[in-house]
Design a protein around this ligand. Structure first.
Ligand SMILES: Cc1ncc(COP(=O)(O)O)c(C=O)c1O
Length: 353
């Protein structure tokens, strides 16, 4: 058995959801489970967190339909709403909550008025999805006149995870003003805002990454935030090579040994979703002992420094999880844990515990 695997820990997901539940206070807690539950498995994640949450958030209709048809009966918010009239019908039939972010969606709704669960999305400065406030006010009026009064107003923060964030406060003020004028509930908070800005909770919060045991901040670790590891990626050593000073390792000969030593070959590569751009120096652990990646990651293998490490062929190497924080790997790779979780391929075994 190759032994390359991702372990998904449902108890950790439940713990992290409980943590978000406490931070949410009186607000509704909607757990974001888009992109296959941030790579944890859509239904696995949803079922593990269900006792702590009031609803789930996904990005697209296929995810919402999959959740609903798997027996998730409660509220499901579709963050990109419907893409066409067909999808609007799916949403209506399954009582899904659709985010309306553009005027073309308002036109589709008005073309065929019918009861629809709508959250109106405001652009408050991220300039990605959302209606500008004056358009949102007008859309809300038109929808209400056609019997489709929105359930609430939502917006998304651009910089809530930045140490020097000076944007969220302005975004919040703008969103709160529109919600106040329309007398509608407000939802703005992602994980970073939920943890950091209690006054931004509004009536509904929508955390994602914190539920999966990763910190939204680079100045505070997941364990400092009392979040538990829910995703552990590991593989086995399949060869150990003696190497002489001046010899290099792997494609492109990007790493050269400064001294004699041992290099371990690990049965995992970008074909499993380990990032190819992970540089030499990226942390890994062998039997709990910290060491580093050396040389270029290939499709099915990567190589690690075994100097001073007690290791045999067949031993387990942790790519991220308990001994190696996913956030540390993400930082070394110049990315974020979200991407590492999402890009695991179908090849590694997936073990749900
Ligand atoms: C609309 C929306 N709300 C909430 C979230 C959750 O954000 P995070 O995972 O940073 O908590 C996302 C994720 O990007 C999102 O797109």
């Amino acid at each position: 058995m190759r032994g390359t695997r991702v372990e998904i820990r449902t108890a950790a997901l439940a713990h992290n959801a409980g943590r978000a539940r406490r931070l949410a206070g009186d607000a509704e807690l909607f757990a974001m489970v888009k992109a296959n539950g941030y790579g944890h498995g859509l239904l696995t994640a949803a079922q593990a967190m269900a006792p702590a949450v009031e609803g789930f958030g996904v990005a697209v209709m296929e995810e919402a339909v999959a959740l609903r048809d798997s027996g998730i009966a409660g509220p499901i918010l579709v963050a990109e709403g419907f893409f066409d009239a067909d999808e609007l019908e799916h949403a209506r039939r399954r009582s899904l909550e659709v985010v309306v972010h553009s005027l073309w969606q308002v036109q589709l709704l008005l073309a065929k008025p019918a009861p629809t669960r709508i959250w109106l999305k405001l652009n408050t400065g991220m300039n990605r999805l959302g209606l500008r406030p004056e358009w949102a006010l007008q859309a809300a009026e038109q929808l209400a006149a056609a019997g489709m009064k929105p359930l609430g107003i939502m917006s998304h923060f651009a910089c809530a995870d930045d140490a020097t964030d000076s944007v969220s406060e302005k975004q919040l003020l703008l969103a709160a003003e529109v919600a106040q004028r329309l007398q509608l509930p407000l939802s703005t908070a992602n994980s970073a805002a939920l943890i950091r800005y209690p006054h931004a909770r509004g009536q509904r919060v929508r955390p994602g990454i914190m539920l999966y045991g990763s910190s939204p901040f680079d100045w505070q670790s997941a364990s400092e935030l009392d979040l538990q590891v829910s995703h552990r990626f590991s593989a086995r050593l399949i060869a150990i090579n003696e190497i002489q000073p001046g010899e290099s390792v792997g494609y492109g000969a990007t790493w050269t040994a400064a001294r004699a030593g041992r290099v371990g070959v690990v049965a995992v590569g970008y074909g499993d979703g380990y990032p190819r751009h992970a540089p030499s120096g990226t942390p890994v652990a062998v039997n709990g002992q910290p060491t580093i990646l050396v040389g270029r990651v290939s499709m099915d293998m990567l190589t690690i420094d075994l100097n001073g490490i007690d290791a045999q062929v067949g031993d387990e190497v942790e790519l991220w999880g308990d001994a190696v924080a996913v956030d540390a790997v993400a930082k070394a790779c110049g990315t974020i844990s979200y991407e590492l979780f999402c890009q695991i391929t179908a090849r590694p075994a997936r073990i749900v515990v």
